[in-house]
Design a protein around this ligand. Structure first.
Ligand SMILES: C[S@@+](CC[C@H](N)C(=O)[O-])C[C@H]1O[C@@H](n2cnc3c(N)ncnc32)[C@H](O)[C@@H]1O
Length: 524
């Protein structure tokens, strides 16, 4: 499907860049796909790591990476890929701005910068969502809506987020504005819906902060219900503007089906759905279990989970708004029982409290759904040292053209005899030391709802800042800002040998980005 970029395209792009006319480019993406050329935005956009690589080769690369990583634990199944790996993203986000020539641009931030690559059509995004964003861009002039300028702070429209239900076809448009007032909002919505009657709700999200975060805290529904619904594995789920919801619905159904079938439920089991988000996996599994307990840190996600249970008339599920690790510790201390633990943590993986409590609770099966292969391997190392065996491992390609891999692992209690809890603790400590060496790639998909109240490593803060702003910040800068806020810099941070040593000072831009991360992780 994909072959290396033709020289002619590269020459054309260079010529256009030299003319500084990127906003006038009208690429024909379907032509690019037919001829198998490389995406023309690839060099500047940087969103797809595997551009110019045949899809079958992308799958082979992911398979061999996972095989190597999982080797110590057992064999893995072939990766589950997509028949058609294009336009799978049902959540599309575009940043808006004006370029030097005064033209409105809408697209993604260039790698490590705040310049916007004006993307007309993207190979991996839903084509209708892209068309809606293009239409909004075209309508801006007649409605006198100015794109926000980060430098001057003038302008109104910062981002547009489009979410589309795969089965329902319902579309939610979120206009991220600096102020709650959209001029002629009713006419604007009317004109947009005239072109796209499938739009079922339009929400204004107010983000008036000088920040790189896309969404602000306030949502105002200007048309429809303020959320859309979609189906996954026979259940209906509500998707609100800030909810975590997997972006590739086709592959998500395969992933969830695999996770639930691994648990081999008979209707008699107590199942824990840890890191449950809006309750998706637990609610789908509930018809085959006696009782499902969902636990999730994000309050809005839990609200959605409760409403999803009602919407689907499910009564054997209980949701808790807590830290999953803390929740499991309390369950283990009370001597409570679970037959199956399904865990779907963010890319950073699980934590000491959670894993050691799983060992104490001793469920027969643990189903680990992971979007971070390295942290999965780290956590499997712990679980397999404490009585569990990997019985099955299936990688899924949820993000074609990127290097990301999603995995479902089934673990059962092995024949290793009872667990020595004292040595488990020591091992936890060793594992935590090891974990600092694991490189973790963060994705905004994970970050949407994560509120790691008060705790985040330097690496998590760095990854967060990079993902959100494209800025690289050092441990030194993070420590400087921590000090400025009167926070403990932590034992593991090595300051300069002498306080008087000349150290580079954090710039205001990076300080702002670090402060955003502190707020996100609940540190301040
Ligand atoms: C990869 S998502 C999975 C969500 C859900 N299982 C799904 O498939 O839609 C990870 C979830 O973990 C939540 N989370 C992050 N840290 C957590 C913690 N310490 N305790 C509980 N939930 C947490 C996030 O808010 C997010 O909803």
């Amino acid at each position: 499907m994909q072959i290396g970029q033709k020289k002619t395209t590269g020459q054309k792009m260079k010529k256009e860049r030299n003319r500084g006319r990127e906003t006038d480019r009208k690429p024909n993406i379907s032509q690019i796909q037919k001829t198998g050329e490389h995406c023309i935005y690839a060099k500047r956009c940087g969103g797809c790591d595997y551009q110019g690589i045949l899809y079958s080769q992308q799958l082979s690369k992911k398979q061999s990476y996972m095989r190597k990583l999982m080797e110590p634990f057992g064999k893995i199944n072939p990766i589950i890929g997509m028949d058609d790996p294009y336009h799978y993203r049902h959540k599309v986000q575009a940043a808006f701005s004006c370029n030097k020539r005064g033209h409105i641009v809408a697209g993604v931030y260039e790698k490590h910068s705040h310049d916007i690559v004006d993307v007309e059509q993207c190979q991996i995004e839903d084509a209708q969502a892209d068309a809606i964003i293009r239409e909004i861009k075209n309508m801006m002039r007649s409605f006198r809506i100015r794109a926000y300028d980060e430098d001057t702070g003038y302008g109104l429209l910062r981002h547009v987020l489009v979410r589309k239900g795969y089965h329902s076809g319902q579309i939610m448009v979120v206009l991220v504005l600096v102020s709650p007032i959209l001029p002629s909002k009713n006419n604007f919505v009317k004109a947009l819906r005239k072109k796209f009657p499938e739009i079922s709700t339009v929400v204004i999200n107010v983000n008036d902060r000088k920040t790189s975060m896309v969404l602000g805290e306030r949502n105002i529904t200007v048309y429809g219900k303020g959320f859309i619904e979609d189906e996954l594995c026979g259940c209906t789920f509500r998707i609100s503007p800030t909810s975590f919801y997997q972006v590739n619905p086709q592959q998500t159904e395969k992933l969830y089906r695999k996770a639930i079938s691994c648990a081999k439920l008979t209707g008699k089991e107590t199942v824990i759905d840890a890191y449950c988000g809006t309750g998706t996996i637990g609610l789908i599994a509930s018809s085959r279990a006696k009782h499902v307990i969902g636990v999730e840190l994000n309050r809005d996600a839990i609200k959605d989970a409760i409403s999803n249970a009602k919407r689907n008339h499910i009564h054997n599920v209980t949701f808790y708004n807590e830290d999953a690790g803390q929740f499991m510790v309390e369950m283990a201390e009370k001597g409570e029982h679970a037959d199956v633990v399904i865990m779907d943590p963010p890319r950073t993986g699980s934590d000491e409290a959670f894993l050691s409590s799983v060992v104490r609770l001793a469920p027969n099966k643990v189903v680990y759904v992971s979007c971070g292969p390295e942290t999965l391997a780290r956590d499997l190392k712990y679980l397999t040292k404490h009585g569990y065996r990997m019985k099955e491992c299936t990688p899924f390609d949820l993000f074609p053209f990127t290097k990301h891999v999603e995995t479902v692992v089934l673990l059962s209690k092995g024949a290793k005899g009872p667990v020595d809890l004292c040595s488990a603790r020591t091992e936890v400590e060793r594992r935590m030391a090891d974990s600092r060496k694991v490189k973790v790639d963060f994705s905004l998909e994970d970050m949407d709802l994560s509120e790691f109240k008060g705790k985040a490593t330097y690496e998590q803060i760095k990854a967060y800042v990079l993902e959100k702003t494209g800025l690289k910040v050092s441990s030194l800068y993070i420590a400087q800002i921590k000090k400025k806020c009167g926070l403990d810099v932590g034992e593991n941070f090595n300051p300069a040998k002498s306080e008087n040593a000349r150290q580079p000072q954090c710039t205001p831009e990076k300080e702002d980005a670090i402060m955003q991360a502190f707020r996100h992780f609940g540190i301040i």
